[in-house]
Design a protein around this ligand. Structure first.
Ligand SMILES: Nc1ncnc2c1ncn2[C@@H]1O[C@H](COP(=O)(O)OP(=O)(O)OP(=O)(O)O)[C@@H](O)[C@H]1O
Ligand SMILES: N[C@@H](CCO)C(=O)O
Length: 354
């Protein structure tokens, strides 16, 4: 019998100002995979999956299953469970609403899609915690992947691993996700590195239903890797305390009804990543300091979304004025933007199709 299922992963915004590599928020843009596996017949032996793709990134995403991030992750999960290849007659259609390299968690969504795909194809029945371990072997900060998997406003940390587990978790990505299949008739050789158990831990914070997220999305890509290269290796105690104080307040303040704009606006300020990223995102300091709750009623706070270049504004009303004024500031610097008002949504879903 043909098996068909759909996997849906939300976009995410990481950091929310002071929570660098710690907090994430799942948002209403989706990566959706429609998967079908037909039973093998004598005339249809195991082949590589047929991948089609529409939406954001369609021009650049590889459709070779050994190059595509989602299928590489799925194969990694399968191989860790003794399944050396994809099932025969596998077709995958991906429809993607999450723009690439903009700070809206496109790679985190692709990784979670891969973990869920591997789990379904292998009928592995992995727990959410174990799926997170697999995702963290690939995307090595927990903020986007945790929020994409479990949904909502989420805080997470990585457990300190013992020496052997640290070694297992620091295997180069090329070994976790090889880009080429073994030659015909050959096996994979070495077993893939198994993720240590219990790498990531998380908690879901409350979220006031009245708060929406405006994503102001510049029309250029900034890779997370490049946006991390500009960050320092160490910070002053003053800057560390600045962020910790704000993060502690923010995680509860966003659950209060009605939300307190004055409290939240200050609590979304950051001194750990945004100041260093401003050279990569012309207009960032002006947008975050000129658009305030007093100039823009309804605004609660404004920050860089993930590694950027998207700006995330949290607001209860006044969405258009906030977004259009941000657009004007970017335009003065020669940058065009698109903007969307997004809801905070639940996590990833797998649905079996009839
Ligand atoms: N649906 C997808 N399928 C395959 N590869 C993808 C998919 N989405 C993203 N990628 C890969 O991830 C890259 C973008 O990852 P990157 O971490 O730089 O940005 P991001 O995840 O969009 O932003 P952030 O991590 O700051 O939220 C893309 O260039 C592409 O290689
Ligand atoms: N916390 C990460 C998120 C990027 O996905 C960063 O800001 O670099």
């Amino acid at each position: 019998m043909t098996r068909s299922f759909t996997i849906r992963i939300p976009a995410t915004s990481a950091n929310i100002g002071p929570g660098f590599d710690v907090v994430g928020l799942s948002l209403s843009l989706y990566l959706t995979l429609t998967v079908s596996v037909k039973p093998p017949t004598a005339s249809s032996p195991a082949t590589s999956p047929a991948i089609t793709y529409s939406g954001e990134g369609a021009q650049e995403v590889p459709l070779d299953a050994y190059k595509n991030l989602t299928t590489r992750v799925a194969l990694y999960v399968l191989r860790c469970h003794g399944i050396a290849q994809f099932p025969a007659n596998l077709t995958i259609h991906a429809n993607n609403e999450i723009p690439f390299g903009r700070g809206l968690g496109s790679s985190g969504a692709a990784v979670i899609a891969g973990v869920l795909l591997g789990n379904e194809l292998g009928e592995l029945n992995l727990s959410v915690e174990r799926m997170l371990d697999f995702a963290l072997m690939v995307e090595r900060h927990p903020d986007n992947v945790t929020a994409a998997l479990v949904g909502g406003f989420v805080g997470s940390y990585l457990r300190e691993l013992d020496e052997a587990a640290t070694e297992a978790a620091s295997v180069p990505l090329s070994e976790v996700l090889p880009e080429y299949p073994p030659d015909a008739g050959e096996s994979w050789g070495l077993d893939p590195p198994q993720p240590p158990v219990g790498i990531g831990h998380y908690v879901r914070f409350g979220w006031s239903k009245s708060v929406k997220a405006i994503a102001i999305i510049p029309r250029f890509e900034l890779s997370t890797a490049k946006a991390r290269e500009v960050l320092p290796q160490s910070y002053s105690r003053k800057d560390l305390v600045f962020n910790l104080q704000r993060l502690a307040v923010l995680t509860t303040a966003l659950a209060q009804d009605p939300p307190d704009a004055e409290l939240i606006y200050e609590a979304m300020k950051d001194r750990v990543h945004q100041p260093y990223r401003k050279a990569l995102i012309p207009g960032l300091p002006e947008v975050t300091s000129n658009i305030t709750p007093s100039s823009h009623p309804g605004l609660l706070g404004i920050c860089l979304s993930g590694a950027g270049p998207t700006i995330l504004a949290l607001a209860t009303t006044g969405f258009e004025l906030i977004a259009e004024d941000a657009r004007t500031i970017f335009k003065e610097r020669g940058i065009e933007v698109d903007w969307k008002v997004l809801e905070v949504v639940g996590g990833s879903m797998v649905q079996q199709n009839e």
